[in-house]
Design a protein around this ligand. Sequence first.
Ligand SMILES: [Zn+2]
Ligand SMILES: [Zn+2]
Length: 208
Amino acid sequence: MKAWEDGASPGITMDLLTPNLADITPEGLSLTGDVTGDEIGLTREDTILSGPLAVGLDLTKVENTVCLTGVVEGTAVRECVRCLKDFEEPVAFSLRVVFEPEPKAKPKAGPPAAKRVDARKKQPEPVEAEAEETADEIYHYQGDHLDLAPMLREQVILSAPMHPLCKDDCAGLCAHCGKDLNEGLCRCPVEPASNPFHVLRGLKTEPK
Ligand SMILES: [Zn+2]
Ligand SMILES: [Zn+2]
């Protein structure tokens, strides 16, 4: 929790997050440095990082298209879905994305073309093809520099496990008393509902 607040000095990494297109020479541009969750716009709801992320990026440019590859490493604080305890987990993933210029806004003229599209001609969604290919993800930039923060934020979120577990065999919490079963068994009966004494007790305490 505390690690979230004490971010490294801002400013130093601004160049890392907003590289100028002009700096991407024919030999490419390599960027390395640390970025904090704050700097890439990560909120507590997204992912809690313990400390900054180490980022290493390689950019190459062909005409106006920038290919970016790199690695991101750090540590995240996650909540175990079984025992609800916070635990630290390494964050490590590689990046491969493409930046293209933001498409120019279409001039307002006539009714939207989409409305005139015949429904019968609708193409089926190319879901299968997309699953097969590992196509580079495409981001857009405006002006003379890239803004890497939103892309990095998104990639950090995507790298998070759907069901974080503090350990593969986490025993979780007892559904009845809430005890962390990793610390030992509780005294709850295995099948409380089938215990006749529980039923009797319930009847006795029932208000008249
Ligand atoms: Zn756990
Ligand atoms: Zn229990």
